[in-house]
Design a protein around this ligand. Structure first.
Ligand code: MIC
Ligand code: SF4
Length: 659
C-alpha cells in the first residue's frame, strides 16, 4: 500500500512504534525552535535536567513576542536567552529580527525534516514540505537533549484543493473556509495533507499561510508536497540545495478527504471572537473600522505586505481609521524599504512598526473601547487584543487594506468598482530574500558562554509524585473552547512574569474569575471543570505549570486540545475526560474525589476512574493515555520523570564498570 507524504517523513524519523492511527510513536527531531515567552522555561529546564549541549541538527532561539522591552524583566529574559543559546549551542535571533516562524522559514526550514517548536504555529513550514509540530516547552527541552518526541499517530486527512483562486480571493480565504467548515476543534488529532491541482497553483508563502493557521483548527500539523514552487522559494532564500522532492504515493490511503474548490472562494472574514466565526466579507460590510493591522506569522511576510502597499500607493487611508503594518521579519521590512514601499505606505497614513508579534497578544496597539479592529492575524479570542470586550475580525491583507481605505468593512471587489484604478494586486515574491543577517547569531559566533540570570529569572517548580488520594473542590467550572489565553493571558502586564512562576500564577484564569488564584491557594488545590476543547490555542506550558503551582490536581473536561493535554501530563495534573451528563451534574464548589488509589491505577493502565461528587453521586471518567504518559503523570511531571530516567540509565551504565 502506498504512503501519504506524512507517513513517509514519519517513517524516515521513526524510532519507536508503528504508524497505526492512535498508536504512540516516537520520532527523531531534526530541528527545534523556541521563542522569548516559552524559551526561558525551555532553557531553565534544560539546565535543571543537567544537559549541557543541544543534540539536534539545529536549534533556534527567537526573541519576537515582547520586543518593545517595556520592562527590564523582558530585557532580562532576552539577555538570558542569548546567554542560553550561546552556552548550549543554539542560533539566536535578536529582538526585532522577526517572528520565529517567519525567520525560521527564511533561514532554516527544510523539506523532509522534522521540526518541534514551543509555539503553536510551528507547523508554518509545512508549506515547504517540513513536518513541523508545536509542543510545550519541556517537550522541546527533552528533544533538544536528543530524545525522541512521542505522539499519538494522528489521522491523516487529504485536503484536495481543486481549481484556482479567483481575483481578490487569497490563501487566507482557503484556511478561513476550512475553519468555517471544520470549526476550531475539527482538526484535533489530525494532520492535514494538502494535495491536488489547487495546491500546485499556490506559491510556497501562500501555502505557509494555510499551514500556519491549520493550528486554529486544532490540527497536529498541516503539510504540502514539494514541487517547483518549493524549489523556487528555497532558491530565493538562497538555500536551493536543501530542496527535496516529496510527494504522497498515487495509491496513498487517507483517513478522510475534504475537497475545497479554490475557484468558488470569495473574500472571507472571521467575526468576533473565534477564528471559526467565518462569513463572506459582504455579510458584514458597512461596519465602521477604527483600526487595521497587517502582520503576524500568518500574513506578515513581504509577500503579504506588498499587495497592501500596492493598494495604498498614491492613496490615503480614511481619517477615521488607524493602520499599522507590523512585518513578520526585519528582512521583509528591509526589502520593502529598499524598494520604496515603506515610504509609500507611510505616505498613505500607515504607522510602520518593528517586526514583532506584539499586537497579536495585546502588546501594543490595543484597540479603543467599543471599537472594531481588522487584523490579518490568526486568533481573535475575546480579550487577546488587550481589552476585554474587543471586536477583532480576521481577514486577508487585501480585505484589511480595503477597509483602511474605506473606513469600513468592504468587499474589496466592491471597492474596486468604486475606486478608479484599484485592481487585485496579485501575489509576488521578491527576486531574492537578500536582507541582512546581522541579527542572527550562529552557535559558532556565540558571544556568551555562561548563563546570565537577572532577578526576574526564577526556578523551575517541581511537583511531587502523584498521590494515592486525589480529592478537592471543583474550584472553577468553565464552558467550551476555553483558550490558554483565558488560563494565562499573554498581555504585557502578565507576560513579563513568564520566567517567574509564583508571580505569574497569581493571574491564573483571572480572565474567567479573578478570585480563582487566591481561592486555589487557600484551598491548597482542587479541580478544574470544563466543556469541550479545553486549553485550545497556544502551546504555553504555563497554562499547566501555573495551575500546578497553585495545587490543581485534576482537570475534568469533555475534551482537551492536543498540546494542552500533553502539558497537563508534563506537569503532573490528571486530565480526566467526562461525558455531558457528568459535566452537567458537577457544580462549582462541589467536593470531588477520585475513588481509586490514583497512583496505582494510573501506573497500572486503568482507563476508567470513578469520581464521587459531594460524597454521594458517582460518575465514570476516562484517562486515555499511553504508558509513557502515565509514568510521566505518576512521577509528578516530565522534569522529574526525565531526571529519574537519566539516573536509571546512568546507574545501568555504571554497573558493568563497577563489576
Ligand atoms: C500565541 O500565539 O498565543 C503565542 C503567544 O505565540 C503562543 C506562545 C506563548 O504563549 O508564548 C503560542 O501560540 O504557542
Ligand atoms: Fe506571534 Fe501571534 Fe504568531 Fe503567536 S500567533 S507566534 S503571538 S504572531
Amino acid at each position: 500500500m502506498g504512503q501519504t507524504l506524512t507517513e513517509k517523513i514519519l517513517d524516515d524519523h521513526l524510532v519507536e512504534g508503528e504508524l497505526e492511527t492512535g498508536e504512540e510513536i516516537g520520532i527523531e527531531i531534526d530541528q527545534v525552535l523556541t521563542q522569548d515567552t516559552t524559551g526561558t522555561m525551555v532553557w531553565l529546564q534544560f539546565e535543571a535536567m543537567g544537559l549541557d549541549e543541544v543534540q539536534t541538527e539545529l536549534a533556534a532561539q527567537y526573541c519576537d513576542h515582547q520586543t518593545y522591552q517595556f520592562d527590564f524583566k523582558n530585557t532580562d529574559d532576552h539577555r538570558f536567552l542569548r546567554s542560553a543559546a550561546g552556552t548550549f549551542g543554539a542560533h539566536f535571533s535578536r529582538p526585532g529580527n522577526g517572528i520565529c516562524h517567519n525567520v525560521h522559514r527564511e533561514n532554516f526550514a527544510a523539506p523532509g525534516k522534522t521540526l518541534l517548536g514551543s509555539d503553536s504555529h510551528t507547523p508554518t513550514p509545512g508549506g515547504l514540505g517540513q513536518l513541523a509540530i508545536g509542543a510545550g516547552g519541556i517537550d522541546i527541552t527533552v528533544a533538544m537533549g536528543g530524545a525522541p518526541y512521542y505522539i499519538e499517530m494522528p489521522e491523516i486527512v487529504n485536503v484536495r484543493l481543486e481549481g484556482e483562486l479567483p481575483e481578490w480571493a487569497t490563501a487566507k480565504d482557503v484556511i478561513l473556509e476550512m475553519l468555517r467548515r471544520l470549526t476550531v476543534k475539527g482538526g484535533v488529532g489530525k494532520i492535514l495533507e494538502y494535495t491536488g491541482p489547487g495546491a500546485e497553483s499556490l506559491t510556497a508563502p501562500e501555502r505557509m499561510t494555510i499551514t500556519n493557521m491549520g493550528t486554529e483548527l486544532g490540527a497536529t500539523s498541516s503539510i504540502f508536497p514539494t514541487d517547483e514552487e518549493t524549489r523556487d522559494y528555497l532558491e530565493r532564500v538562497g538555500r536551493e540545495d536543501e530542496y527535496v522532492e516529496l510527494q504522497p504515493d498515487d495509491d496513498a490511503e487517507y483517513d478522510d478527504e475534504i475537497v475545497v474548490d479554490l475557484g468558488e472562494l470569495e473574500p472571507l472574514i472571521a467575526t468576533p471572537s473565534m477564528p471559526d466565526n467565518v462569513v463572506p466579507v459582504s455579510e458584514v460590510a458597512g461596519a465602521d473600522v477604527d483600526q487595521v493591522i497587517i502582520g503576524s506569522c500568518t500574513n506578515g511576510a513581504y509577500e503579504d505586505i506588498l499587495p497592501v502597499a500596492k493598494m495604498l500607493e498614491g492613496r490615503e487611508i480614511a481619517k477615521t481609521t488607524e493602520m499599522i503594518v507590523a512585518p513578520g521579519s526585519k528582512q521583509a521590512s528591509e526589502i520593502l524599504a529598499r524598494e520604496g514601499w515603506v515610504a509609500e505606505m507611510m505616505a498613505a497614513g500607515v504607522n510602520f512598526s518593528e517586526a514583532t508579534c506584539g499586537a497579536c497578544i495585546g502588546i501594543g496597539h490595543v484597540p479603543a473601547s467599543n471599537s472594531v479592529s481588522l487584523r490579518t492575524f490568526n486568533r481573535n479570542f475575546e480579550g487577546r487584543s488587550g481589552i476585554e470586550d474587543d471586536n477583532v475580525y480576521l481577514c486577508s491583507p487585501e480585505v484589511a487594506a480595503a477597509a483602511a481605505l474605506a473606513g469600513e468593512i468592504v468587499d474589496p471587489r466592491d471597492l474596486a468598482d468604486e475606486l478608479e484604478g484599484l485592481e487585485d494586486p496579485g501575489f509576488e515574491l521578491p527576486d531574492e530574500y537578500d536582507g541582512s543577517k546581522a541579527d542572527l547569531i550562529a552557535p559558532e559566533e556565540a558571544v556568551d558562554d555562561e548563563l546570565v540570570k537577572g532577578p526576574n529569572i526564577g526556578d523551575v517548580p517541581i511537583r511531587e509524585e502523584l498521590s494515592a488520594d486525589v480529592s478537592g473542590e471543583a474550584l472553577l467550572k468553565m464552558g467550551d473552547n476555553i483558550t490558554t489565553d483565558h488560563i494565562i493571558p499573554a498581555t504585557q502586564d502578565i507576560l513579563m512574569y513568564r520566567s517567574n512562576v509564583p508571580k505569574l500564577s497569581e493571574f491564573t484564569l483571572s480572565r474567567v474569575d479573578d478570585t480563582f488564584a487566591e481561592r486555589a491557594m487557600e484551598a491548597g488545590g482542587g479541580f478544574l471543570v470544563a466543556g469541550e476543547n479545553y486549553g485550545q490555542g497556544s502551546s504555553r506550558e504555563h497554562a499547566a505549570l501555573c495551575p500546578m503551582y497553585l495545587g490543581i490536581e485534576g482537570v475534568l473536561a469533555q475534551s482537551f486540545a492536543r498540546i494542552h493535554r500533553a502539558n497537563l501530563f508534563n506537569f503532573g495534573i490528571v486530565p480526566l475526560t467526562i461525558d455531558e451528563d457528568t459535566y452537567d451534574a458537577i457544580e462549582q464548589g462541589d467536593e470531588i474525589e477520585i475513588v481509586d488509589d490514583v497512583y496505582e491505577a494510573v501506573t497500572a493502565g486503568q482507563e476508567e476512574f470513578t469520581v464521587r461528587v459531594n460524597g454521594e453521586e458517582e460518575f465514570t471518567t476516562t484517562l486515555d493515555a499511553s504508558q509513557r504518559e502515565r509514568d510521566i503523570l505518576a512521577a509528578g511531571g516530565k522534569l522529574s520523570w526525565t531526571r529519574a530516567q537519566a539516573e536509571e540509565t546512568a546507574g545501568e551504565g555504571a554497573s558493568p564498570a563497577d563489576d
